[in-house]
Design a binder for this molecule. Structure first.
Ligand code: NAP
Length: 551
């Protein structure tokens, strides 16, 4: 850190880099920057590290990527010394891991907690960003890195009468830090995505009655969570070099698993059903990777969807409830597939009921009830598992002004535009980690975070060596990338679902498939080639005007 005379004549702190957010992306970015000798300041609105895992403390919250893989790979010591206790880590353990990383690498001294970045503006003359935070201070930085997370802007829906409800209203994405006790209470749960599906069985065990309000039935696969044995951990640790390489370079989703070599219709019905049954028993996200065309061809996808619908009918005793729980509105996997523990069986409990709010949307929330089709469902507490303004929501909350004072929100009015998901034209020296246009939420996030952080770190070193002051996405390169991201998505079944990937859960948000679905290995190669060609498509600036990078 150094001090500079600001335009108002006051002395401002100045850093090489300001990082926004101290989740897994912000923490690793800080660690790399420090190691390379850059001065950095991290601002985090929460009171601690961990990002999404700091906020999402709802009952049953756990990761749907196996813990041995949902962990940093950058430090061999770290990955050898940390003991994950379960196949899928529960939220408290992931948060403990994040805190361990912060302590182990002494990160906290450069993180300012409980501080939001409110606005940041690029000074074209001085080639730096002014960053203003919620404590009213402004600092300067040559670069800003947005490590704001993709699923960190919890969204309470605008339901008539919600403000009149007398009981507590919780959001899974912004859960209180104290214990919430539902004993003897009638609880209403709105939303049946991953968060609702994970929390329903736990709430049902505690509450007097749980009423689940379902708009869209969702596909969910059993997690088959279990304690990890010492042998399982050792096997992973021994094979980490290959597991990590595979996750980065080969697997489309950044997860080490056997890869499908055939399509669903290449097998006979019996063989196919046997494979689905095997994956169902094994549990977890890899259900969708039994065949290589489930995300591409509807007829193939239908076979997997039928299998899961059949399982729901087997598990849920009341045929009407089972029918309501069977998803029919989208191909399986085109909304993020859920991973559960006893979700469907929860509806066999006498204290659980399901209300269809697709056929009859919630009319109103009264002081003590949720009214649907003229009937009041009495509840003492409400849990909103209604999701996030994903991928762009947290960025949109910051007033970001690039060249000519243009705001990023204005530029992204019709959907996010980036080059490689890393930068947006007109916003020099502003990087986004796992932003729209990168594999991001379609992948094991930590694999994608590490790739972006390493790419940005290399890029900053390149600029320092070359004496370059600015870097920004070229408009042509950005337009081509946006078109490519779209084209690849259109070749899949994903745009057929009203998912948060498409921005469809936010009224008025443009319907654009936001993440890059080409796979993390392919994407990494593209990013590496761009860098190897002297950051092709980016504009590098030494003096007043940016100039095209060598290609
Ligand atoms: P989500 O997938 O967006 O689900 C939100 C749910 O709320 C949907 O069922 C949605 O219905 C419903 N909803 C939204 N607005 C509503 C309204 N006005 N009235 C009634 N229902 C409404 O959100 P999420 O469950 O929090 O999960 C988001 C993502 O976070 C996941 O897809 C996953 O990537 C991640 N996540 C991961 C884990 C994990 O690792 N296991 C756990 C939790 C979350 P519609 O479908 O009809 O819109």
């Amino acid at each position: 850190m150094s001090s500079v005379q600001s335009s108002s004549g006051q002395t401002a702190e100045a850093y090489d880099v300001v990082v926004v957010g101290a989740g897994f992306a912000g923490m690793y970015m800080l660690h790399r920057l420090r190691g390379l000798g850059f001065s950095a300041r991290v601002y985090e609105q929460g009171g601690g590290v961990g990002g999404t895992w700091y906020w999402n403390r709802y009952p049953g919250a756990r990761c749907d990527v196996e813990s041995m893989q949902y962990s940093y790979s950058f430090s061999e010591e770290l990955q050898q010394e940390w003991d994950w206790s379960e196949r899928y880590a529960p939220q408290p353990e992931i948060l403990k891991y994040a805190n361990h990383v912060a302590d182990r690498f002494d990160l906290r001294r450069d993180i300012q907690f409980n501080t939001r970045v409110e606005r940041t503006a690029f000074n074209e003359h001085g080639k730096f960003w002014s960053v203003t935070t919620s404590d009213g201070r402004t600092v300067e930085a040559k670069f800003v890195v947005l490590a704001t997370g993709c699923l960190s802007n919890a969204r309470k829906p605008d339901i008539k009468g919600l403000e009149n409800f007398k009981g507590p209203v919780y959001h899974t994405g912004n859960w209180p830090h104290e214990d919430v006790d539902f004993t003897d209470l009638r609880v209403g749960l709105i939303g049946t995505g991953s968060s609702g599906i994970q929390s329903a069985p736990i709430i049902a065990e505690q509450a007097k009655h749980l009423t689940v309000f379902q708009r869209t039935a969702n596909f969910s696969i059993p997690a088959r969570n279990a304690a990890l044995t010492g042998e399982e951990r050792d096997a992973f640790r021994r094979d980490y070099p290959e597991i990590r390489r595979f996750a980065r370079e080969v697997a489309r989703n950044g997860i080490f698993a056997e890869q499908p070599d055939r399509g669903a219709l290449d097998d006979s019905d019996d063989v196919r059903l046997g494979k689905y049954a095997g994956r169902w028993e094994r549990g977890g996200l890899t259900f969708m990777y039994v065949y290589n065309n489930l995300g591409l061809e509807r007829s193939a996808n239908d076979t997997a969807a039928d299998f899961v619908r059949g399982k729901i009918a087997e598990i849920v005793k009341n045929p009407e409830t089972a029918k309501l729980l069977q998803p029919n509105s989208h191909p399986i996997g085109t909304k993020r597939i859920c991973i559960d523990t006893d979700y469907f069986a929860t509806f066999n409990r006498p204290n659980v009921s399901l209300v269809d709010i697709k056929a009859n949307p919630i009319e109103e929330i009264t002081a003590s009830a949720v009214r649907v089709a003229g009937k009041d469902h009495e509840v003492d507490a409400l849990v909103m598992a209604t999701g996030f303004d994903a991928m762009t929501g947290s960025v949109a909350k910051i007033d970001i002004r690039g060249r000519g004072g243009q705001t990023l929100n204005r530029k992204w009015e019709e959907g996010p535009k980036t080059y490689l998901g890393l930068m947006s034209a007109g916003f020099p020296n502003l990087f986004i980690i796992t932003g729209p246009g990168s594999p991001s939420v379609l992948s094991n996030m930590i694999v994608s975070i590490e790739q972006h952080v390493d790419w940005i770190a290399d890029c900053l070193v390149h600029m320092r060596r070359q004496g370059l002051a600015t870097m920004e996405a070229g408009r042509d390169a950005e337009d081509k990338w946006v078109a490519h991201v779209n084209e690849v998505a259109q070749g899949t079944l994903f745009p057929q679902a009203n998912s948060w990937y498409m921005g469809a859960n936010i009224p008025g948000k443009p319907r654009i498939f936001m993440p890059y679905i080409g796979g993390v290995g392919v994407y990494r190669r593209i990013c590496d080639e761009v860098a190897a060609k002297g950051y092709e498509g980016f504009l590098m600036g030494r003096a007043e005007q940016p100039q095209a990078a060598a290609s």
